[in-house]
Structure formats: C-alpha cells, structure tokens
Design a protein around this ligand. Structure first.
Ligand code: F6P
Length: 349
C-alpha cells in the first residue's frame, strides 16, 4: 500500500517517533511505501510531500518536533480545501492516510471520511485533552519538563521568601498543571475546569506564610481564569489576544503574570511569574513517550491494513485499542477532578 502521513497542530515530543514507527512497520511488515505531507493539512492542499524511506527515519526516535513540519491549517476554513485534499491524495496514489494530531487535525480527518478519505488517527498533544485515550503522547514529556521547572522555582521561592507563579500550557484542561503541580509539591494549582477566586488564593497563601512558610509556588494553566466578577474582567483584559487560528482558537498567555501582580498587591508578599510556554513542547521525548509513540505508530499501520478507517489508535487500561474518531474529537477530556480535590489539595496551605 501507499500510506500518506501528516503531522498537524502544535508540535509535540514523540511526533518523529510515530513517523519512524509508521514508515518502518509499514516497510518491514507489509512492504508499504510511505509519503510524508509537509506542514499538516496545508501540505496536502498544496500537494507538497516527500518520500519517506526507512533510511530517512531510522534516527528519529529521540528527535523532538516533526521533520514533516506542522501547521494549524484547516481545509474546511475555505470552500476548496476538502476537494483539494481528496484530489491530491488520489493524484499521489495514496491509499490511506495516517493523521497525527489533536482535536483539530483529527476532527478534519473525521469530516473527510464521508468524502472518501481513508484515514487513521494518532492522538497527539502535550495538553492530554483528547477523549477516547487515557493519554496522548507528548504529555509525559511536558510534565517532566514542567516538574523540573517547578523544582527549580521552589528553591528560588524559598531563598527569596517569594510567591512564584508558574504558568504552564493547557488551553481547555489542567492535566499538565495538576500532574506537574503534584509532582513539584505546588501550594496552589489552578486549572481551566475550575474558575478560581483570587481572594481565596490570596487568603490561603497569607495563612500559609503566617504559619511560618515564607514561600509559595502556584501553578496555573494558561487557560485558567477567575470566577465571574471584576477579577474575570480584569484577567481577560490582560490575557486576551487578537491572534486566532483557523480553528477559532485565540492565542493564550498572560494569566501567570496577571495573577502574580494581584497576589503581590493583595498580600504584600513579593511575587514573580514564569511562563514555561514552548519549552514544554520542544526537545527529546521521555522513554515513556518514545514507547507510546512507537506503539501508536505500529498500531496505526495495522489499522490501515485491517481497513479500520475513521478510527483513532488509543491507550486504554494499558492496551492499544482503536476508537471511532468521533469519540475522540469535539469534546476535550477534562481533568479527573479527584486528582485536585483528593490528591493535590491536602498539600495546599
Ligand atoms: O498544542 C496545544 C498547545 O500546546 C496549547 O496548550 C497552547 O495553547 C497552544 O498549543 C499554543 O500553540 P501555538 O504554538 O500555535 O501558539
């Protein structure tokens, strides 16, 4: 078979490991040929691709990012996009497509199914917000990076008796904030799923400092916001960007800076912020993500050969399974709130 592969959305540690697995498993197990489309769906629309032979990918296991490039191009944003995708895949003789991406990229794959595009999805995102799978590759690496940063912030917080606010990624969900916050011993974890009261955060920090702890570390997801009221308006004014991608997502960032200013103003404790940003998305994948990415890639090829189109490979109870794409896209996988209330919260204050 001739398999097309593309990577869409934000880059993520493990993308190259999936590409390597698809190419090598396809070649060795089925004598497939693989072609890589450049820059996500944009490359298919513009008919830009490269042949991917095993020799081209064998060294990719540890390399961060994606050798194919990525974009947030949405073929459904214009009238011609879907037709271009269908025509170019046919012109290139592509029998099946492996789409590696998050909600947006896989949502496009699902919508293209009825137009005749035979696609299998592979779940990618550091945010870990895709439904249908317990975990996406890239999440583990992002948590490791964020945890290391929090460890470092803890020592500066202690040395200078400061409140350190660490903003991590997580547009809709607080998986990174919660895992890294628990692992790094954070004193507050604020997530998009639970609007927060600034006054309560400040009160807990003040009580903690009065009890003799002269430093605090607050971890906040980029998508977290205060509960409705004047604080929400103020936080939105400080964080809302005009940059919107083709899937309608506004560029996030700034809640950590806003919160540090508010904490210092209301408590009198010196407060600083750090935004980890793309540091969480770059670099080599952890061993866990290398293994998960490889398992996903091998299974995606098996799914193609079984004709399991319209499916996404997924991890459930430790096993790799296939779930319908429509189960995976459309509604983010929210945080298991017990992690916050039962596991993280007892250590706050
Ligand atoms: O890939 C998901 C994500 O990491 C979000 O957490 C974040 O809001 C977004 O990507 C940032 O994307 P970009 O690099 O395109 O600004």
């Amino acid at each position: 078979m001739r398999i097309g592969v593309l990577t869409g959305g934000g880059d993520c540690p493990g993308l190259n490991a999936v590409i390597r697995a698809v190419v090598i498993a396809g070649d060795r197990l089925h004598a497939d040929e693989t072609v890589g489309y450049l820059d996500g769906w944009r490359g298919v629309m513009e008919r830009r691709s490269v042949p991917l032979e095993p020799g081209r990918v064998e060294d990719l296991l540890t390399r961060g990012g994606t050798i194919l490039g990525s974009s947030r191009t949405n073929p459904f944003a214009g009238d011609d996009g879907p037709r271009l995708v269908v025509d170019h895949l046919a012109a290139d003789g592509v029998d099946a497509l492996v789409a590696i991406g998050g909600d947006d990229t896989l949502g496009v794959a699902q919508r293209l199914g009825p137009l005749g595009v035979r696609a299998v999805g592979v779940p990618k995102t550091i945010d870990n917000d895709l439904s249908g799978t317990e975990v996406t590759f890239g999440f583990h690496t992002a948590v490791e990076t964020a945890t290391e940063a929090i460890d470092r912030l803890q020592t500066t917080a202690e040395s200078h008796h400061r409140v350190m606010v660490c903003e991590v990624m997580g547009r809709h969900v607080g998986w990174i904030a919660t895992y890294a916050g628990i692992a790094g011993g954070a004193d507050e974890i604020l997530v998009p799923e639970v609007p927060f009261e600034v006054a309560e955060v400040c009160e807990r920090i003040s009580q903690r400092h009065e009890r003799g702890h002269y430093s605090s570390v607050v971890v906040v997801s980029e998508g977290a916001l205060p509960a409705p009221g004047p604080d929400l308006e103020s936080a939105k004014a400080a964080t809302t960007s005009r940059v919107v991608d083709q899937f309608g997502h506004v560029q996030l960032g700034g809640i950590g800076a806003w919160l540090a200013t508010e904490i210092e103003r209301r408590t009198g404790y010196e407060s600083r912020h750090t935004t980890l940003g793309h540091i969480q998305r770059g670099g080599t994948p952890t061993a866990y993500d290398r293994v998960l990415a490889t398992r996903f890639g091998v299974e995606a090829v098996a799914a193609v050969h079984d004709g399991a189109f319209g499916k996404m490979v997924a991890l459930q109870a430790g096993r790799i399974v296939r779930v319908p794409l429509e189960e995976a896209v459309g509604r983010p996988k929210s945080l298991d709130l017990e992690l916050l209330t039962e596991v993280a919260a007892p250590f706050f204050g």
